[in-house]
Design a protein around this ligand. Structure first.
Ligand code: ZN
Length: 320
């Protein structure tokens, strides 16, 4: 009797030990796993990034991969110089952990809202780390914001995006570094491809005539003379004097093709073509170039790499 009692007491002690020590540990492990698993599965807990232009959103997706949810504000054909944030955009900006924008006054009409947003979250101009001596300076000391046309400069923007994501979400540092390295390698190849395409045009014909001066960096980086009809921003006006000057240049140099842009009206460039025709010189529209916005989502031109490839091929095919 005494021994039996002692055996059941032992069993009772074991049960108490189990209940007080082992069970809570199991429960803790279980709940920890559950919440982490659910977080990943639902896409919650991912870093929320909002980007102004499509090119920036594309780079943030490439570098962020699975750990970042990217929302872009400006779609295909949108002119960033004139873009004003809508109520829906303000909500998208307010929901973001990190906001990326181009800077260099590209998003001129969004300055106030970006300053406002910077009070409560990380707001980063991706062009911030480009050395000043690599920037094109226009009249009145304005910097040319169209840096994405020099792939080497855009690689610096990608590095800025990488460093910002690591700072905001250090837990996934290794993934961001790996994604960025792969993307930067792809951009290095893209840079070489553009050089190759432009080099296939006879030297005398390496003149790029477009409706707004978005391609200055492209010209500098890949060896083309760039002639624009408008000032640097589509917000500035052009006069009939500019149309006449450009017409005369086209006739004189025997330029075969001029280019229209997806985010700018082609009316001005058509006036130039008509003027040249009246002077007996045939010049055609060489194709559509993507300047300040990418192509439709799901098409090759809907990515930065595809857009730059398209531009280089269109220019080379029309001028060679
Ligand atoms: Zn522009």
């Amino acid at each position: 009797m005494k021994r039996r009692l002692s055996a059941s007491v032992k069993r009772l002690i074991l049960l108490v030990v189990f209940l007080t020590m082992v069970l809570p540990v199991m429960a803790a492990c279980g709940s920890g796993e559950t919440s982490e698993g659910a977080g990943d599965g639902a896409g919650e807990g991912r870093l929320r990034v909002t980007a102004t232009t499509g090119m920036i959103a594309d780079a943030a997706k490439e570098v962020g991969g699975d750990y970042v949810e990217v929302v872009g504000l400006m779609g295909p054909g949108v002119d960033p110089h004139l873009y004003k944030a809508s109520q829906g955009d303000i909500a998208k900006l307010e929901q973001a952990d990190v906001i990326f924008y181009n800077g260099l006054h590209l998003e001129g009409k969004m300055t106030d809202i970006l300053v406002q947003m910077a009070k409560s979250r990380t707001v980063v101009p991706v062009t911030e780390n480009i050395p000043e001596d690599r920037l094109r300076i226009l009249d009145q000391e304005t910097e040319d914001p169209h840096v994405w046309f020099d792939v080497r400069l855009w690689m610096m923007a990608v590095e800025k995006i990488r460093d910002t994501l690591i700072e905001a979400d250090g837990e996934h540092k290794a993934a961001y570094e790996q994604n960025a390295a792969a993307y930067l390698k792809e951009l290095e190849e893209l840079d070489a491809y553009v050089k190759e395409q432009i080099a296939s045009i006879p030297e005398k014909s390496r003149v790029l005539v477009t409706a707004h001066d978005a391609f200055g960096y492209f010209g500098d980086a890949y060896g083309m003379e760039v002639v624009g009809l408008q000032g640097i921003s589509t917000a500035s006006e052009y006069g009939s004097k500019d149309v006449t000057a450009l017409r005369d240049l086209i006739v004189e140099r025997g330029i075969k093709a001029v280019f229209v842009e997806s985010s700018v009206s082609s009316r001005s460039i058509e006036a130039v073509i008509e003027g040249a025709r009246q002077k007996g010189h045939e010049v055609v529209i060489g194709g559509e170039l993507f300047s300040d916005a990418m192509g439709a989502e799901g098409t090759p031109e809907g990515t930065y790499v595809g857009m730059v490839r398209h531009n280089a091929e269109t220019i080379a095919n029309a001028l060679k």
